[in-house]
Design a binder for this molecule. Sequence first.
Ligand code: NAD
Length: 503
Amino acid sequence: MSTITMPHWIDGAEYVEEGAEVIAIDNPATGEVIGGVTEASTELVDRAIASARKAQAEWGRTSLAKRTRVMYNFRQLLIDHQDELADIILREGGKTRGDALGEIARGLEVVEFACGIQNALKGMHTIEAATGVDVHTIQQPVGVVGAIVPFNFPIMVPMWMHPMALATGNAVILKPATPVPTASLVIARLYKEAGLPDGLFQVVCGDKPVVSHMLDHPGIDAISFVGSTPVAKIVAERSAATGKRYQALGGANNHAIVMPDANLDFAAQHIVSGAFGAAGQRCMALPVVVTVGEAHDALIERVKARAEGLKIGPGSDPANELGPVISDTSRQRILSWIADAEAKGATVVLDGRGQAPDAEGTGNGYWIGPTIVDQVPLEASLYCQEVFGPVLVIIKAESYEEAISIVNSSQFGNGSAIFTENGQIARQFQLDVETGMVGINVPIPVPVGYYSFGGWKNSLIGDTKIHGQEGVHFYTRQKVITTRWAGSGSHGKIGLDFVASHS
Ligand code: NAD
């Protein structure tokens, strides 16, 4: 199979740097090398930033009517190209077709919010704050935004950022995740076709060296980051050191509590989709269930029965429900954590180790079947770290109080859920739980695009969530303008008295 090295996208065109070292990209379902990506040089990143700044100076003053027209065009083009994009996601990221289309649909929600950005940019206006004095606010773009994204949502996570940043008048330098770069190139082409002026959406590929250069670069005003917690902390520190604003979303280890009064068939169905969807590689996956009292055995029986029936295989067959994990490194880590938990006394209830599809060409893919591990000690990595694989850990608690204290002891605080038919317990849970997104009988409570997404604790470094109203706040700076006109009834007193001039 011939392979293509992913170009960068600079000033509205593909750009290939001669002589750059190529990092191979493979198909996780087959292990086959399908392309390559190069580390952008510092000169190229500098060039991308310089022309983004130039383009942004004009775009920031372009009317909202024109900016949102581009967003409307882009939305339609995304819909028209969703099959092409889904093919790329499943080939480079190993997703199933349904999941790939699902992430495009969730990303579209943010584009739709950006189409109506005028509503979110309305300022405040106070008449006669003092005699003849009016006060109003305006929101202006921050400037050039660096967008640094993880491998597991090559379309949706960048789309949490670029439609919001562009619609509010900024330019974007997107650094895609190395294993899954190609979707970003298609997005760049679609923006151009939608009428976005060149230079406003630049794609620079690479890894740590490119990110480091972006973080230190004075030409970037804000960083939107989504990825693992250790890198989120680096992003936060370096951005702060160079005076950039940042939003840095990190890893997760989401828990659900299942109460004895829950509808267990309903809960099991949703837990299987939360734990094993995208092979567990979602920051809003559901890798831990804390059962309360007698829910334990009955729930395991139901979850196991459903998980056993999942169809494993590559996304090229739309009937497949569970794909591979992203890399062999990832697979080996997950396998070693399962073995470690077992050695520490856990029971493997459903063992996906060694399970693989019998589809042609998948022999070297990074496969693990759905795995359920019960009685995992709380100090085992399989419980307390982010596993990011198709593994469901079950913990048994005797009461709601014990269960909530386990949930809240996690270093992460992205999402959480409770399954119960008792409204009082559900209400209590939403008040008690220390996570940023909460589901009541909803296993993956990803907020709709017009709310903001983000967790607590090690799942969000800093305080700004992504998209929705908090996204608008992040990508704009506010000015407060105080106005007085001669002849408007107030001449003020002559003098240096601060209060008198505003009476
Ligand atoms: P990652 O942190 O390894 O990489 C994220 C980005 O940072 C990539 O673009 C990568 O090139 C860059 N990077 C990696 N190491 C770096 C370093 N040392 N210095 C500078 N840049 C570096 O994450 P990943 O493995 O691609 O993605 C999975 C992680 O992302 C998981 O932890 C998952 O929970 C998290 N995630 C979080 C959310 C959320 O909303 N909180 C959403 C999706 C994924």
